[in-house]
Write a protein that binds this ligand. Sequence first.
Ligand code: 3H9
Length: 695
Amino acid sequence: MSTHAPANATQRLDVEGAIGIVTVAYPPVNALSRSMRQAIIDGIAAAQAHPDVQAIVFICDGRTFLAGADITEFGKPPQAPSLYEAQDLIENSTKPVIAAIHGTSLGGGLEVALCCHYRVAVPSAKCGLPEVHLGLLPGAGGTQRLPRIVGAAKALDYITAGTHIPASECLASGLVDAVVPEGELRAGAVAFARQVLAEGRPLRKVRDSDDKVLPFRGKPELFADFRQANAKRFRGFLAPEYNIRCIEAAVNLPFDEGKAVERKLFLELVGGIQSQAQRYAFFAERAAAKIPDVPDDTPTVKVASVGIIGAGTMGGGIAMCFANAGIPVTIVETAPAALDKGLAVVRRNYENTAKKGKLTAEQVEKRMGLLTGSVDMNSLAGCDLVIEAVFENMAIKKEIFAKLDAICKPGAVLATNTSALDVNEIATAAASRPEAVVGMHFFSPANVMKLLEVVRGAKTSHTALATAMQIGKKIGKVAVVSGVCPGFIGNRMLRARGEQAQAMLMEGAMPWDIDRVLYDFGMPMGPFAMSDLAGLDIGWSKETSKSSTVREVLCEMDRRGQKTGAGYYDYDDKRNAKPSEVTRQIVRDFMAKAGQTTRPISDDEILERTVYAMVNEAAKILEEGIALRASDIDTVYINGYGWPVYRGGPMFYADTVGPATVVDKLQAYGERMGAGFSISPLLLKLAAEGRFFTR
Ligand code: 3H9
């Protein structure tokens, strides 16, 4: 459980007339640990036994209703009482039980609420079954009860996406019976309970109502269509399919038989490596927010206004992140035309989102209204945080930071969005306050990608660092601290992978061979498809190009990636990629020139050389102290590079194959790994001692 959790949950019963109010608490999120299950049982039993109580309100103290099972208990021997015991006690109560929901009622938490006879919520509450994100399925009746309220089609959507359903939608679908005013949950729930008694409403059990599932009985096409429509999204994951099978069981079988299917499939998932990886990733993400020498109570700058320098793709995307969070942004460009162009792109992005029905026209205007353009850097004088997002040129960045040093108010945090440059050198330019400088490396498209690498320079103050981490969370990013080195955590590892990919190209593997292996491993695309997407001409110039690499030759032929219809691959007008004979010939020509002969390269070799090279680089990143912990590296890769979360990140994956195996393989590949390649001492040590990165 949380590092902040107390030893035991608490419960108390208050009696107001005929209503017994059972309040339970187990900070921070009221997870259903053993002691919380016991507290629920004790509280409900006390209310049931109380002679004055005729109806029971079940409510939680603290910031949320029950947020689900205690994830740390999975994989350990079960401890009584079980969640089912608590659920049965509630569902079979002869006095109606009303769940009073605030915050998030998730997973096992919602499954408890679904055993109550009625549910009320405040407008800000959300309900959901997010187990799929942990490689699981709702194992306490959720897959059987939710479809009985919202129908099979909606249940498929909600459960396979782990949606946090807003209270208004819960009310519309019948998932909650009433929404009561914000801040008045207890009183609202008590009033509702009185109404239940006054109207003599029945002890409604979700398990007994079949009308929402019967229309789908014997109709496998609903499920077949759903599987097909979502095949891409579910690729590689076990849990979505298992969840679908449970909902099929809810539709086609009586409740108890459906529940038995759910139980069987839950046990399969919880014991498997995918769920283990996804649960690990959940805690890894939360651990990343903790910086050992920067305490939680470090003073931070309240960021009420942000300045962004550069209205290009990155600057515009970053501006959207803040506008989405309701924070006003001043965007500075060098010329009005560039500024107008950048703001027009932002508007177009918002309007496209609105076309998909995900924003209203009013919301688009509200967000655009938070953006102010300027061609004068002095407009940044009042900003609490300024993020420089111009192209990667040290001289220009230093010039900007020198100006910011002169312009910005005392206490402002000055951030650079560099993806590879030396943050310490940039900080020297802010001569009077290098401690205010921090890296905030967003990933493209910045308004979409979850990862934020927060780069801690040698002089970065605790306040600047903590502010960057905190504001990162506020704008919905997963922030991970990195030290200063070329490429930081993510791109430095990507470079190690790229070197192996390029080397194998010269040994006889084609770009599509390498890409296919990494795609099948679960990555969204391989390195060559990624280069085509990003543009092969990043950092390339016609004037200096010397036909010295495959990439240079491709660019010289105007094969600069997807945008020109050709790169490593050929593209049709829908941007579908096809292996290219042109590229094949260029590669063969390079090989001939270098006197290299083609040899068969197995899929295993492709996978091991690319992935183990990354693991090796990551081990160096760890031993140099660039990353604080192995799990931070995994968090970077899952959130910024599309690493399949069901494999838990490169470090977790290395542990599943074993550091000793990684070392054996790297040694076996020997000289093929390249002249400059060396195995990390940390990796060697772990292998020799039979230890692991993440456990
Ligand atoms: C389930 O229910 C299975 C069932 O079907 C039953 C089967 C039989 N357990 O995220 P935060 C910790 S599966 C243990 O920073 P927020 C978290 O690690 C579960 N610990 O707060 C952190 O610890 P620390 C289904 C948990 O306000 C602290 O609490 N439920 C759990 O940003 C604060 O968390 C879910 O998947 C947990 N369940 O967000 C919900 N949850 O202080 C998972 C949190 O040491 N939880 N912790 O860093 C969440 O999505 C978010 O925590 C929540 C709050 C939205 C609730």
